[in-house]
Ligand binder design. Structure first.
Ligand SMILES: [Zn+2]
Length: 120
């Protein structure tokens, strides 16, 4: 981090007659915005898979009842109230209640319910 700081300082060119201030590097005008922060984070994480985005869009085009489309969309986004997601939100769940309700052999996750559960 120190070496990085020195390289940033060495690359800086002082400007006479300009007031000192903060500059948000990712934005062209140097002004911070939540949009530019979001774009920076998105770029750092990499673009989402195009197939994934297509699948999300197809969910809303399907002729299924709205409730089924919402459930499909939430499952693709991993936003269902499964035990693992509830635990991530610090919802207290007893250990014996964390298993899949259908097979009672594995932890309840979106992947398990829709892809791996032998009962569902
Ligand atoms: Zn199961």
């Amino acid at each position: 981090m120190v070496e990085n700081l020195f390289s940033v300082i060495a690359a800086s060119v002082p400007c006479l007659g300009k007031k000192d201030g903060w500059r948000w590097k990712p934005a062209k005008d140097g002004a911070f915005s939540t949009k530019s922060a979001y774009e920076t984070i998105k770029m750092a994480k990499g673009e989402p898979d195009a197939g994934y985005n297509k699948a999300l869009a197809k969910v809303w085009e399907a002729p299924n009842p709205h409730k089924a489309r919402v459930t499909a969309w939430r499952s693709l986004r991993n936003r269902l109230a499964t035990c693992d997601n509830l635990l991530k939100m610090n919802v207290p769940i007893e250990i014996e209640e964390r298993w899949c309700n259908a097979c009672v052999a594995y932890e309840e996750t979106v992947e398990h319910i829709f892809l791996h559960c032998p009962e569902s």
